[in-house]
Design a protein around this ligand. Structure first.
Ligand SMILES: NC(=O)c1ccc[n+]([C@@H]2O[C@H](COP(=O)([O-])OP(=O)(O)OC[C@H]3O[C@@H](n4cnc5c(N)ncnc54)[C@H](O)[C@@H]3O)[C@@H](O)[C@H]2O)c1
Ligand SMILES: [Fe+2]
Length: 393
């Protein structure tokens, strides 16, 4: 494995008002072996006879997915921790880490949506601290087409007792192997499919307009969008359409690779801030915000040109840049309508009195949220407050 200087993704580069931006080099270094196509679970035969720790959630453990994975772990001693929940709390991570440290695994597998994969990342980070002199590989098997966590260096852990979230960011968290088997996503209900799919679209669009975008990240993001716009409506209508499920699974992974390199933007800055204060589903709130954020960013001519390029790439009519931006916004609004996703936070069921009370606090926090730093148009506090007021409805 070549050694490289540690990377700080553009997403975490907070522009300073005092120092003129210096040109700096970029690096595109996907670290994950991505496995796809027929018979891909046979890749697990590489761990024959080894001690395998599995991190998953209760649904996956009883759904048959876990049994399917285990059937490929020939002659393995297997320990299962199935208590992962969304935004895994530190207590859950500590419990899983204790179990797996005692077990001393040769390899750790995370099976599930972003939550079990994030829990697996945090648990393995602790286990690796106690295992000296040997590498414990990490295999991610995503069961949603959404977060792209199977290829990213991020994990979101929470401390519910103190109402805090900790984004962990390290190249050490990037899974070594991602197994993209669409069969696992088949059981995802239409609402989970739609919410996570809109998250994919947000990841890829934000990667394209991010200040950290490059030809390399664009290649992944634009292909991701082409697949997502063509296939998300299909998997929403028919969850058993395996060809479309496969395309969405790859789209999600491509978007993960793109935003890992390029960073995200204001959409995620706002969604993360809202998610920390109000109970909202991540992908769904991204979908509500997307038309507003695109309209806001499109005041920047370079961002507008990139949105129009996306519109062209997904086959929309784009006689001019403005028409391209409008067409992209319209196609997202139409997807939201089709998926039953409302156009406002009020429609999501957010308590408007509570929202009114904390709106300015959310705006202030979103302004300094790390994702906002790579947004193509830096908002003022007043602009963010106005945008949130419109999103509220
Ligand atoms: N690491 C990253 O890069 C990153 C990025 C964004 C979000 N996240 C985190 O990911 C989590 C959200 O992940 P998610 O949206 O994939 O959902 P999730 O893992 O939280 O799962 C949501 C629900 O769907 C169920 N589910 C998952 N797969 C299913 C399937 N195939 N069939 C039926 N039900 C299924 C789960 O059991 C759960 O009840 C959050 O904790 C969020 O903070 C991580
Ligand atoms: Fe996201």
């Amino acid at each position: 494995m070549p050694t490289t200087p540690p990377l700080r993704p553009a997403i975490y580069e907070k522009p300073s008002k005092d120092i003129a931006p210096m040109p700096r080099y970029q690096s595109f270094f996907p670290r994950t072996e991505i496995v796809f196509g027929p018979g891909l679970l046979e890749r697990l035969h590489a761990y024959r006879g080894q001690k395998v720790g599995i991190v998953t959630d209760a649904f996956m453990a009883r759904s048959g997915a876990l049994a399917r994975v285990k059937s490929y772990l020939t002659e393995c001693e297997v320990l299962v921790f199935d208590e992962a929940i969304p935004e895994p709390p530190v207590d859950t991570v500590a419990k899983g880490a204790r179990l797996l440290t005692d077990f001393c695994p040769d390899v750790v597998i995370a099976l599930g949506g972003g939550s079990p994969i994030d829990a697996g990342k945090a648990i393995l980070a602790i286990v690796r601290e106690t295992v000296h002199g040997r590498k414990v590989p990490f295999v991610a098997i995503p069961t949603t087409s959404g977060t792209g966590s199977e290829v990213t260096s991020f994990a979101v852990i929470s401390d519910p007792a103190n109402g805090r979230k900790f984004p962990l960011i390290s190249d050490e968290l990037v899974p070594d192997v991602a197994l993209l088997d669409p069969e696992f996503v088949r059981t995802a209900p239409a609402s989970v499919t739609a919410d996570t799919g809109m998250d994919v679209i947000t990841h890829a669009i934000e990667a394209v307009v991010s200040t950290g975008a490059s030809h390399f990240s664009d290649a992944f993001a634009e292909k991701s969008l082409e697949l997502a716009f063509a296939n998300l409506p299909k998997v929403f209508e028919d969850g058993d359409d395996l060809e479309a499920r496969d395309a969405m699974h790859q789209s999600s992974c491509l978007a993960g690779l793109a935003f890992s390199a390029a960073g995200l933007g204001l959409n995620h800055g706002l969604a993360h801030t809202l998610g920390g204060r109000i109970h909202v589903i991540h992908g769904r709130v991204n979908a509500v915000l997307m038309p507003l954020v695109i309209a806001f960013n499109a005041e920047n001519p370079e961002a507008a040109a990139r949105y129009a390029r996306i519109a062209r790439r997904i086959g929309l009519d784009t006689p001019s840049t403005r028409a391209g931006v409008r067409a992209l916004i319209r196609v997202i609004e139409n997807l939201n309508i089709r998926f039953g996703i409302p156009s406002t936070l009020r429609g999501l069921g957010v308590d408007m009195d509570e929202f009114g009370r904390i709106r300015s606090e959310i705006a202030a926090a979103a302004l300094v949220e790390p994702c906002t730093a790579s947004n193509p148009r830096q908002p003022s506090l007043t602009e963010l407050d106005e945008l949130l007021a419109r999103a509220g409805g």
